[in-house]
Design a protein around this ligand. Structure first.
Ligand code: TYC
Length: 103
């Protein structure tokens, strides 16, 4: 018997449609001017760290130049980084937080 003309072999690969949303790191950047106590206060207020956690994160950034504070969805990470930078601006400190995607 001859074929029906319905060759169903798939020639293109299909990418899974559902992907996990990427997570973003919020990074605290060291500077020479912002007081240590102010950095800890911002970490407690915006990122809900304890005083001890805030101190550890601040000292790590102070010694190494930067420190990951926490990991969130992109939206939350960017909002919190902006809130923290805005608090510093209001107080006239150059404190900087950045965000970047996790690998
Ligand atoms: N380096 C600052 C000082 O000595 C304190 C500081 C720590 C500032 C961490 C920013 O991300 C920072 N007063």
């Amino acid at each position: 018997m001859s074929g029906t003309g319905t060759d169903t072999k798939q020639t293109t690969s299909v990418k899974p449609k559902v992907e996990k949303p990427r997570l973003y790191k919020v990074i605290l950047v060291n500077d020479d001017y912002t007081p240590r106590e102010f950095v800890i206060m911002v970490l407690q207020a915006v990122f809900r760290t304890s005083e001890d956690e805030g101190y550890q994160i601040m000292v790590t950034a102070h010694q190494k130049g930067a420190c990951v504070v926490a990991v969130y969805s992109r939206d939350i990470a960017e909002t919190k980084a902006k809130e923290a930078v805005d608090l510093a601006k209001q107080a006239d400190f150059p404190l900087m937080f950045t965000t970047e995607p996790e690998e």
